[in-house]
Design a protein around this ligand. Structure first.
Ligand SMILES: C[S@@+](CC[C@H](N)C(=O)[O-])C[C@H]1O[C@@H](n2cnc3c(N)ncnc32)[C@H](O)[C@@H]1O
Length: 241
């Protein structure tokens, strides 16, 4: 597999990537609304209010824009100049650093109370996953909270659909089950405290056919969190141990 560090460096990437999260009626908009609720729950469940936060692989500053107003100091790191140019506009109060913290331990040294990383670990190659978790573990405070998302679970309806599709066309997509994600994170000195599933239903279209219905169903399923291992997307919440 190619190095995921290079994946978002083209100047067209921010445009291709970002817009769907801010466009009502798309599945990504719906998932982003649920992710904000999950972030809020993780933030509020802490015994003390986080002061320092780090968003690893912050891209265009989506998650950063949620965290930045809630903390005293918020840092976003990424290796793509193009993605970070959008993040700088979106999050004027955050410190945005173009650097690879997996290769430079002096940058954004922490300690951070609240660390996020969304839409990174699924697609990063194995070696980079490990390097990133080592870099995060070095920087997280001993009572810190790690919030990481994965966005294609092979046991979800969407995961099964993609597995069949990729067998037919012969190009497999990366997938991660909740079990695999837990093991990965626990192998780096973390204890997983919760897994929150969302994106349970199957969407083939770029826009939702019945947005009101899908929103109500997905919100209820995400809130109940009865079978997170069946959700296409999930968030792992962990603390250092
Ligand atoms: C799919 S984007 C996710 C952006 C953002 N976290 C979000 O959820 O909207 C993945 C990001 O990972 C970044 N990335 C890849 N390797 C990285 C590394 N070693 N350090 C920091 N960022 C990295 C890419 O440049 C890209 O912006």
């Amino acid at each position: 597999m190619d190095d995921y560090r290079e994946s978002h460096k083209s100047i067209d990437k921010p445009g291709e990537y970002d817009q769907k999260f801010w466009t009502p009626g798309t599945p990504e908009y719906l998932f982003w609304q649920i992710e904000q609720q999950i972030l809020e729950d993780a933030f509020d469940s802490r015994s003390s209010v986080p002061k320092m936060s780090l968003d690893f692989a912050c891209g265009t500053g989506r998650v950063l824009s949620w965290v930045a107003p809630k903390v005293e100091k918020c840092i976003g790191v990424d290796v793509s100049t193009a993605m970070l140019s959008v993040a700088r506009e979106r999050c004027p109060s955050a410190e945005i650093i173009e650097a690879d913290i997996t290769r430079n331990s002096a940058v954004a040294a922490g300690p951070f109370d609240f660390v996020t990383s969304f839409r990174f670990f699924l697609n990063a190659q194995r070696e980079l996953q490990h390097e990133a978790l080592d870099a995060i573990r070095q920087r997280i405070a001993e009572d810190g909270t790690l919030v990481v998302n994965f966005h294609l679970n092979p046991f979800s309806p969407t995961g099964v659909y993609h597995a069949i599709g990729s067998r037919l066309v012969g190009s497999p997509r990366p997938v991660a089950s909740t079990r695999k994600a837990r093991r990965l994170i626990e192998a780096h000195g973390f204890e997983v405290t919760k897994v929150r599933g969302y994106a349970y239903l199957f969407y083939r279209r770029v826009t939702l056919r019945f947005p009101g219905l899908a929103t109500r169903a997905e919100n209820a399923l995400a809130r109940w969190n009865l079978v997170p291992w069946l959700a296409s997307h999930f968030v792992v919440i962990a603390r250092p141990c």
